[in-house]
Design a protein around this ligand. Structure first.
Ligand SMILES: Cc1cc2nc3c(=O)[nH]c(=O)nc-3n(C[C@H](O)[C@H](O)[C@H](O)COP(=O)(O)OP(=O)(O)OC[C@H]3O[C@@H](n4cnc5c(N)ncnc54)[C@H](O)[C@@H]3O)c2cc1C
Length: 804
């Protein structure tokens, strides 16, 4: 065997060992055998190679020696570069758990495990609630009247909220609530959102981070028995106040304080807090009867013990106490949900008015983070997905009804591009919403996935509503009762800002927390490094460090192999058109994990400040998840052939987004030689992905332009109506009418040998009827269609504008 072939064999064996993440002993045996074979085949004397091998083999395989000579030094360095983790960061990291995100961070996602997780399903009771009270509630809402005339929900809507316990969706039945699953909660908010953002936000807030949820998890039995039934019946209107003029994204920097003191409450002298606060942007505050307030608790007189600074604490304060200022409103982009400031000056509250009582003094941040790790996956993703469903339905219909240059505008390639984005993004958002809600219902609390959902569904909302507005042209811009888009479009920045503003979520939270939480070894290394017990730290760190090194080498080897083979040899859990996406996502999972490890290794704590890089890592992780969700949904729905363009569009777009993020990362990676090396390993044959092609976009767009099962599946739970007087029903009716008229219009044109235009339409129909080219029924159909289409494209006109 020539030396060259021998070298190739050795490289192949080592590569295979790396690929399968072989243990250290296997490497030792392999290298030993390679040296033996080298001596035997090439008759070389056992010299330097053997000496180096012997030293390394002993050093790495004898653990006490390895710890003393290697690990402890690395540990010392690691401790120095480890960024200080503040208490608030530590609590945020500890909140919730990991789920499929941890699999994606292995480089070897176990697709069969994902596909085996049961599909999220509504119970019969939840389904009946959606088909009954929710449908009725939606049908009764007139969003223009709400936002323009009332700037509030009408009394009848408030009454329905009370009667059907919309505020008690998450409250268990034993306390008088509906006890709904996360999926049902999300679906109800989504459906209402397709009718009125103002109504959806009103319903959403008492069911998300706030008094109800906090009481359920941390309230005393007495608090739960008193408040939860009242909240479920909307006899109490809750709000939760964290934000203030100096506290926005940096919620830990609360200037609002509570001092432990004696005071009088309801005529009795008792220990409690004297609390002062200045909060703003608080949803439902203007009408709230109980106010959840976050404040920093201090005990300067040591009435409770040694500690003076007690930490963030959550009060549950009736709004009729003296010293509370509440009732004025902000105007959040003309949305009509209640939102406003609240201030309190030296308001005395007894310990009974703390959520959870004295046991939870100082634990407010932990309580908030734990609730947020779940809640962020529900309300805003539901609102974003709802926007997609609504946009898909009405924009498809409008694209078919509205003609320019004698062609339905939806058939122009330029418009098709926008329609394809609307359809593809909606499919992906809905898939992610359902997958994550299902995980929550199984008891997972995936904080990183929640952040991914919040960010991508609200950014998706921004995209789809922007596209929908473009396709509607002036019909989307002119506001009034006929406009079913503009209020949602106006409200997009609300969704972008709340529950973690999006820029911060993308650039700090998704990868910042994801890297620590979902990475198989990083948290273990960090925990070992911060341990006080030096001997234990050394053992634990050694274990995690060497597993981490093997993991990184393995992902480098896998990335190169998968890159060179185009991942064609990688198994996929299904056959058919979607199999290749599983393979490509496996490849990108290896690539992501490898480049993330290199980044963490080279930048360590500096990564915290490298937000642009962190954001790109976050994009990669996010799209791995979003595409997984699309594939899972396709399987769960029984692989409908008609949905294939949607799932393919979603996966191709995600793979391309991963590639874009990777490209940005490599171009901006601080160490250029390392960036070149990474590029060679992860994209050995150049860039593998392209955006969804025009042909695919055409198929997705076509799906929105006519009624079909696939269109109904995609837009399921978007509010629809058959009433031609309803803003949405008008468009739905016009589309059906247009489609029914099309063959008759062709018959007329063929019969008269003339082209129909809006100007000659009615004259030609009369002509055709007279000459028996059309039957009387056919002529009536066209006359009706002409009227219906005109009605559908019309915008509102006002005699005099309000305020004139
Ligand atoms: C309609 C509405 C309803 C609300 N309801 C409530 C409520 O009921 N209760 C409540 O307590 N609060 C509520 N909020 C407040 C909301 O949570 C805050 O607006 C949000 O936390 C952002 O704070 P901010 O507006 O002060 O923006 P800032 O914190 O000033 O942020 C401004 C911008 O800077 C970015 N940014 C900040 N820090 C970083 C960083 N480190 N890295 C990158 N980017 C960063 C943000 O992403 C954002 O884009 C509501 C807000 C709105 C608009």
């Amino acid at each position: 065997m020539s030396g060259f072939i021998f070298a190739l064999v050795v490289i192949a064996v080592l590569w295979a060992l790396a690929y399968v993440a072989a243990p250290l002993w296997a490497w030792t045996v392999a290298v030993g055998l390679a040296l033996l074979a080298d001596g035997w085949l090439c008759h070389t004397a056992p010299t330097v190679g053997w000496i180096v091998f012997a030293v390394l083999a002993l050093l790495l395989n004898i653990r006490p020696l390895r710890r003393m000579l290697v690990t402890d030094h690395v540990l010392g360095w690691f401790r120095k570069v480890l960024p200080p983790i503040s208490e608030t960061e530590r609590i945020a990291i500890d909140a919730g758990n990991t789920w499929w995100d941890a699999d994606l961070f292995t480089g070897r996602p176990d697709w069969r495990k994902l596909l085996a997780t049961p599909a999220a399903k509504l119970t019969d009771e939840e389904q009946a609630f959606l088909d009954g009270p929710v449908q009725e509630f939606c049908a009764s809402l007139d969003d223009w009247h709400i936002t323009h005339d009332l700037q509030d929900l009408p009394p009848a809507a408030w009454e329905q909220i009370r009667k059907h316990r919309f505020f008690g969706m998450i409250i268990p039945k034993q306390y008088g609530g509906l006890g709904f699953s996360a999926l049902a909660h999300s679906t109800v908010v989504m459906k209402i959102g397709t009718r009125s953002t103002s109504a959806a936000v009103t319903v959403m807030v008492p069911n998300s981070l706030g008094p109800g949820e906090l009481l359920m998890h941390y309230g005393t039995e007495e608090q739960k028995s008193y408040y939860l039934p009242r909240l479920a019946r909307a006899e109490e209107i809750p709000c939760f106040a964290l934000t203030g003029p100096y506290v926005g994204s940096d919620a830990g920097a609360l200037p609002d304080i509570g001092i432990v003191c004696k005071g009088t409450y309801k005529g009795k002298e008792t220990l409690g807090f004297r609390v002062s606060w200045d909060k703003r942007y608080i949803t439902l505050a203007p009408v709230a009867t109980i106010l959840g307030v976050a404040f920093k608790a201090y005990d300067p007189e040591h009435l409770l013990g040694e500690k003076e600074d007690l930490g963030i604490t959550l009060g549950l304060i009736p709004t009729d106490l003296p010293g509370i200022e509440i009732g004025t409103r902000h105007n959040p982009l003309n949305a009509a949900f209640m939102n406003g400031p609240t201030r309190g000056k030296d308001v005395f509250i007894p310990f009974d008015c703390l959520i959870g009582g004295t046991e939870y003094i100082g634990k407010g941040w932990m309580m908030l983070m734990n609730c947020l790790s779940v809640g962020r996956a529900i309300s805003l993703p539901a609102l974003g997905t709802g926007a997609g469903k609504h946009a898909s339905r009405v924009t498809g219909a409008y694209g078919r009804v509205r003609k320019q240059f004698r062609v339905p505008i939806g058939k122009f390639e330029g418009v098709e591009e926008a329609l394809a984005r609307i359809g593809g993004l909606t499919y992906r958002m809905d898939a992610a919403r359902r997958l994550t809600a299902g995980a929550l219902d199984r008891g997972e609390k995936p904080s990183v996935l929640s952040a991914i959902l919040k960010y991508h569904c609200t950014e998706g909302m921004r995209q789809v509503l922007g596209d929908a507005m473009d396709v509607h042209g002036g019909r989307g811009v002119m506001m009034g009762p006929r406009n079913y888009l503009a209020r949602g479009y106006q409200a997009v920045p609300v969704s972008i800002t709340v529950e973690g503003a999006n820029i911060l979520t993308r650039s700090m939270i998704i990868f910042g927390q994801g890297a620590i939480r979902a990475h198989p070894y990083l948290l273990k290394e960090m925990e070992a490094a911060s341990s006080e017990d030096r001997a234990k730290a050394s053992v634990e760190f050694d274990k995690a460090l060497f597993a981490h090194i093997g993991f990184t080498i393995s992902n480098a080897a896998r990335s190169l192999f998968l890159g060179l083979t185009g991942a064609l040899l990688t198994p996929a859990p299904v056959s058919g058109a979607t199999a290749r996406y599983y393979r490509q996502l496996t490849r990108m999972s290896s690539v992501f994990t490898f480049v993330a490890d290199v980044g963490l290794l080279m930048m360590g704590g500096e990564m915290k400040r490298k937000e642009k890089l962190s954001a790109r890592y976050g994009d990669m992780l996010s799209h791995l998840y979003l595409a997984s969700a699309a594939l899972k949904q396709y399987e769960e729905q029984g692989r409908p052939e008609a949905d294939l363009p949607l799932v393919e569009w979603a996966c191709q777009d995600s793979l391309y987004a991963i590639q874009q993020a990777l490209e940005g990362l490599l171009r901006n990676f601080p160490s250029r030689p390392m960036a070149w090396l990474m590029r060679a390993l992860v994209m050995p044959a150049g860039r593998p992905y392209a955006p969804p092609c025009d042909k695919l976009g055409h198929k997705v767009a076509s799906l929105l332009l006519q009624p079909s099962d696939a269109r109904d599946r995609l837009t399921r739970y978007a509010f629809t109506s058959q009433d031609p007087q309803d803003p949405v029903g008008r468009m739905e009716h016009a589309m059906k009418q247009t489609l029914a008229a099309e063959p008759v219009e062709e018959k007329l044109q063929a019969g008269l040998k003339k082209r129909l235009t809006p100007a000659n339409y009615l004259t030609l129909v009369d002509d055709a009827a007279r000459k028996a080219v059309l039957s009387a029924d056919e002529a009536k159909l066209l006359r009706d269609t002409h009227m219906v289409v005109r009605d559908a494209i019309d915008v509102d006109e006002f005699g005099q504008m309000r305020g004139e």
